[in-house]
Design a protein around this ligand. Structure first.
Ligand code: GDP
Length: 522
C-alpha cells in the first residue's frame, strides 16, 4: 500500500472540554463505533457507558506505567482514527497543551447547561494559535440547557470564531423532539434512550409524518431555522480548515443522540495529515523518508521501573519496527525495536505506522520534548514546540544543602525534558519553577527523589500571570514580591504578576514597557 493512500485514511484528533462536559462519555461512544469496547469486553453495562477503568488500572499497575488511555486508535468505515486524550482535572499539565501540536483537528465539547467554561477557553486558544480546525459538539441536550442561539453567540464572542450550526435542536430536556440536520436535509427524531430515526426533510414537507410536523415545537424550530438560513453565516469549508469557522453539532453523548451523525460528518470533513514545517521547509506526509517528532515523554512513577515512554507523532513516510533512525539534535543513530502502539485497552507492539499515527517508544533517557527522529541521510528538524505560559509557580530548594549538586543536575535534566519550566529570580538567583498544572509538581518531586535522590522543598507563590519583557535592560527597582522579576532559561526577563489587578495597575503606570503574553491570539 502506498503512503499517500494510508495518509488519506488517517484522522488524528483530540477532544477538548472543561471537566464534566462529557469528554469521557463521548470518547466511549466513539470507541463503541470502532467496536473497540465491545470486543475488549470492558464495558460494564452498556447503558451507563462506563469503562471498567479498574481493569485498565490493574494492567497499568502491573506494567508500571500509565499510558493506555493516552492514545486510542481504531478503524471506522474506511478510516483509521487516532484519538489523543487531553487530560483535565488534576491531570491537567503542559502535556495537555502539547498534545494539541500532534493532532490535525479538534472536537470541542460544550455543556449546553453551562456554556463555555475556563478550561475550554485555554485549550481553544492553543488550537486557534496553531490554526487547528475545530468542530464543536454542544452536549447534554437531553437536559434543559441554555438557548441554542445564545450558546452560539457566546462561542462567537468569547472565542472569537464564526459558528455554523450543522444541525438545530427542536426543544431541549423534556420537550426534546430531535434535531434538524441541515447538512443532510433530514430530521433526526429522538425516541428516547438509544433510538433515533432519520427522516428526510423533503418527505416530511410532503406530509409523511404529520404527527411530528404539526407538533408546536417542530413548527417553532422550523421558523427559527428559516431565520437562521437568512441571517446566519454561510457554511465555508475553507474557513473551517483554517480554523476561522467552527461547524456546530447539538446532541447528547449520554442518550446517545446525534452522536453518530456528528461523527460521520466530522470524520469526512476532518483534515488528514498535512505537510509540516521543518528547518528545511515543508515536509509532506507522503514524503518517502520516515520522520516524526516527540510531543510528550511519560515518566514512570514506579521506582521499580525507571523506563519512560516517548510519544512520537509520525509526520512522513512509513515507520517499521526495528528501523534505525537519526536524532538530528545529537546526530546519534538509534534502533527502534521497542515500540508500542496505543490501543484503548491493551498495549501491543507496533510493527508499522503511517503519518498521523502515534507510537510510543521506549526512552532510556535520550529524548527531549520536541525532538525530531528521522530515517536515512535527512537531517531536518520539525519546528520547535511552542512554550506554553505556566500559571502555577513554586520556589524550590533542596532539603539537604549538601545535595545541591544532584539538585541542580536533576532540575536541569527535568527542565530539558520539558517536565517543568525553570525561572531564576533577579538579581538574587533563586529557583522558581512554573507549571501548567499541579500534577507536574507531583511528578517533579517524585522523580527528584527517586531518580536523583534529592528531597525537594516546594513553596507555593501561587497562581501568577507571566508577561515577558522585550527589553534586556530592566529597572529591577520597579518590581517586588508582588510583581516578581525573573529570567527564563534563555535569559529573557519576565514578570510574574500577582493577579490581573496588579497587572493592570502596572500597565497603567508604565505604559512605555511592553508586556508580551505568550498566549495572545492575533
Ligand atoms: P468529562 O469530565 O468531560 O470526561 O465528563 P464525563 O463524560 O465524565 O461526564 C460528566 C457527567 O456528565 C457524567 O455524569 C455523565 O454521565 C454526564 N453526561 C455526559 N454526557 C451527557 C449527556 O449528554 N446528557 C446528560 N444528561 N449527562 C451527560
Amino acid at each position: 500500500m502506498n503512503i499517500k493512500q494510508e495518509v488519506d485514511k488517517r484522522k488524528t484528533f483530540a477532544i477538548i472540554s472543561h471537566p464534566d462536559a462529557g469528554k469521557t462519555t463521548m470518547t466511549e461512544r466513539l470507541l463503541m463505533f470502532g467496536q473497540l469496547i465491545r470486543e475488549a469486553g470492558t464495558v460494564k453495562g452498556k447503558k451507563s457507558g462506563k469503562f471498567a477503568t479498574s481493569d485498565w488500572m490493574e494492567i497499568e499497575k502491573q506494567r508500571g506505567i500509565s499510558v493506555t488511555s493516552s492514545v486510542m486508535n481504531f478503524p471506522y468505515k474506511d478510516y483509521k482514527v487516532n484519538i489523543l486524550d487531553t487530560p483535565g482535572h488534576e491531570d491537567f499539565s503542559e502535556d495537555t497543551y502539547r498534545t494539541l501540536t500532534a493532532v490535525d483537528s479538534v472536537v470541542m465539547i460544550i455543556d449546553a447547561t453551562k456554556g463555555i467554561e475556563a478550561q475550554t477557553i485555554k485549550l481553544f486558544k492553543v488550537c486557534k494559535m496553531r490554526g487547528i480546525p475545530i468542530f464543536t459538539f454542544i452536549n447534554k441536550l437531553d437536559r434543559e440547557g441554555r438557548d441554542p442561539l445564545s450558546l452560539l453567540e457566546q462561542i462567537e464572542e468569547v472565542l472569537e470564531i464564526e459558528t455554523y450550526p450543522m444541525n438545530w435542536p427542536a426543544g431541549m430536556g423534556k420537550r426534546f423532539l430531535g434535531i434538524f440536520d441541515r447538512y443532510h436535509d433530514q430530521f433526526i427524531k429522538f425516541n428516547g434512550q438509544e433510538e433515533e430515526t432519520y427522516l428526510p426533510l423533503e418527505e416530511l414537507r410532503q406530509g409523511s409524518n404529520e404527527a411530528l410536523t404539526n407538533h408546536p415545537t417542530y413548527q417553532e424550530t422550523e421558523e427559527e431555522l428559516m431565520l437562521l438560513n437568512e441571517a446566519g453565516d454561510d457554511f465555508n469549508f475553507d474557513k473551517v480548515l483554517r480554523g476561522e469557522q467552527t461547524p456546530v453539532f447539538f446532541g447528547s453523548a449520554l442518550a446517545p443522540f446525534g452522536v453518530e451523525s456528528f461523527f460521520d460528518t466530522f470524520i469526512e470533513m476532518a483534515p488528514n495529515p498535512k505537510a509540516r514545517r521543518t528547518t528545511e521547509g515543508l515536509i509532506s506526509p507522503d514524503n518517502e523518508t520516515f520522520s516524526g517528532f516527540i510531543f510528550k515523554i511519560q515518566a514512570n512513577m514506579n521506582p521499580q521501573h525507571r523506563d519512560r515512554v516517548a510519544f512520537l507523532r509520525v509526520c512522513s513516510g512509513k515507520f517499521e519496527r526495528g528501523m534505525t533512525v537519526t536524532l538530528p539534535r545529537t546526530g546519534k543513530t538509534i534502533k527502534l525495536n521497542q515500540t508500542q502502539e496505543f490501543v484503548a485497552s491493551s498495549r501491543g507492539t507496533v510493527d508499522e505506522a503511517y503519518p498521523g499515527d502515534i507510537i510510543g517508544i521506549y526512552d532510556p533517557g535520550v529524548y527531549r520534548i520536541g525532538d525530531t527522529l528521522l530515517e536515512g541521510k535527512a537531517s531536518f528538524q520539525y519546528d520547535e514546540l511552542p512554550q506554553f505560559p505556566p500559571e502555577l509557580f513554586k520556589r524550590v530548594t533542596a532539603k539537604n544543602v549538601m545535595k545541591s549538586k544532584q539538585f541542580k543536575k536533576g532540575i536541569e535534566q527535568l527542565v530539558q525534558e520539558g517536565a517543568i519550566q525553570l525561572f531564576t529570580t533577579y538579581p538574587m538567583e533563586n529557583y522558581i519553577i512554573g507549571a501548567v498544572g499541579e500534577l507536574q509538581y507531583q511528578v517533579f518531586e517524585h522523580r527528584m527523589k527517586y531518580e536523583y535522590n534529592v528531597d525537594v522543598v516546594l513553596e507555593s507563590i501561587g497562581e501568577r500571570i507571566p508577561r515577558w519583557l522585550t527589553n534586556d535592560k530592566v529597572d529591577s527597582s520597579l518590581f517586588d514580591e508582588r510583581n516578581m522579576l525573573v529570567k527564563d532559561r534563555e535569559g529573557q526577563f519576565l514578570v510574574l504578576f500577582k493577579n490581573q489587578f496588579a497587572l493592570n495597575w502596572f500597565k497603567d503606570k508604565h505604559d512605555d514597557i511592553e508586556l508580551i503574553d505568550l498566549f495572545e491570539v492575533n
